[in-house]
Ligand binder design. Structure first.
Ligand code: ATP
Length: 370
């Protein structure tokens, strides 16, 4: 499933050079983006970067100041919110407290004037999809938070929208329930084939559920890609730093030929070697992004490894499944190494203030120019 890689695939949603201003403030800045049918698409970025504004324009609560938004090839500017095949599910769920679960789900269908039998059949389907059959007669205050979330989802999907917008849909749930619910959401999305666009602050949630993620900053999209590519091949220090933990070493490059570079990151230290397909030039300043789990830590100096650096352990964070070692290099930079605790007390032989060696392979880091 990768419609974005097919040049003939028609997007379900197309933002074409969309700008949205509030007075003289630009919330969305000349943004272009395609989202495809059946995608589970995540908008991710810091508070105020414009995620909600994107959703509100899709739902029809805001209009672009410039540019064009298409839904299935049609400009939606002229289509009022209630005529768009788009539904939005809010974090607060906005359920009617005096109506039963069944009535809440039926509400939108009733307003469309569908006949009774068709409404009942659709509500039953939605109850089944969200595993709420047993709770159909209860009121929202008589069910759990997770169940309320499923009612809101069932109600949003009842009218079979082409596009469902989910604004922090799991924000009100505690961590454990949230994780289970993510898988449920993915399952429901796949069963219905509805395109989901989710806004979340939680990068792990975006990585878990999404087919693709757009990382935003100040009304612009910094990178759109699959979760694994966003993590493994970020296009900038901003994206590398926003998703997961990362070490960044700054320096100047010399080209060694054949996509191989040396990064001079500290005087008196041997340069770091790294591979890159990008057209970096000799003498250019650059950044190396390296994930902590790609950094190995050694008590004794190993033989025959790339990028061997000496350092001193500043501190160690024990996280159960992993431990993170903060290692200070002679130039003062601190590199994080994350080691899986696969053996019991396996790494306890390395402790604070120990002189250690760290290393990573030639292909483990990503060279970035911005
Ligand atoms: P959060 O994660 O905090 O919800 P967000 O990424 O969803 O943030 P938006 O709500 O889209 O951000 O807001 C983007 C920017 O536009 C913010 O700086 C916000 O203050 C501004 N903004 C949004 N709506 C309006 C409005 N109606 N009038 C003026 N400024 C607005």
């Amino acid at each position: 499933f990768a419609p974005w890689a097919d040049p003939d695939a028609k997007p379900l949603i197309r933002f074409q050079n969309v700008t949205k201003s509030f007075g003289d403030f630009t919330a969305i800045d000349d943004l272009t983006l395609d989202i495809f049918e059946r995608e589970f698409f995540a908008l991710l970025g810091p508070s105020g970067c414009g995620k909600t504004t994107m959703m509100r324009m899709l739902a029809g609560f805001e209009e672009p100041t410039q540019g064009r938004i298409e839904l299935a090839g049609r400009d939606i500017a002229a289509v009022p919110p209630n005529k768009r095949a788009v539904n939005m599910m809010f974090q607060s769920y906005a359920l009617f407290p005096h109506l039963s679960v069944w009535e809440n789900i039926a509400f939108g269908l009733r307003r469309e004037g569908k006949d009774k039998a068709a409404i009942a059949a659709r509500v039953e389907d939605m109850l089944k999809l969200t595993r709420l059959q047993k709770f159909a007669r209860r009121k929202p205050h008589q069910i759990s938070g997770g169940q309320r979330q499923r009612v809101a989802l069932a109600r949003s999907l009842a009218k079979a929208p082409k596009l469902l917008l989910l604004d922090e849909p799991l924000g009100a749930l505690d961590a454990k329930l949230r994780e289970d619910t993510q898988f449920e959401l993915m399952d429901i999305q796949e069963k219905t084939g509805t395109t989901f666009v989710i806004v979340t602050h939680d990068q792990e949630e975006a990585m878990t559920v999404a087919s693709r993620i757009a990382v935003m900053d100040e009304g612009k999209i910094m990178q759109v890609d699959t979760p694994d590519r966003i993590y493994e091949v970020p296009n900038s220090v901003y994206v590398a730093d926003f998703i997961g933990d990362v070490n960044i070493l700054d320096g100047t490059l010399t080209a060694n030929g054949e996509n191989s570079f040396a990064l001079h990151y500290a005087p008196d230290q041997a340069p770091i070697t790294a591979r890159s397909d990008r057209p970096f030039t000799d003498g250019q300043s650059a950044h190396l992004a390296i994930r902590p789990e790609k950094v190995a830590i050694h008590k004794e100096k190993p033989e025959g490894v790339d990028n061997l650096l000496s350092g001193e352990v500043l501190d160690i964070a024990y996280l159960g499944n992993l431990s993170t070692y903060h290692v200070r290099l002679p130039g003062g930079q601190v590199v994080k190494a994350q080691i899986a605790n696969t053996r019991r007390l396996s790494r306890r032989d390395i402790t604070w203030e120990d002189k250690v060696w760290i290393s990573w392979t030639f292909t483990a880091g990503v060279l970035l120019d911005q």
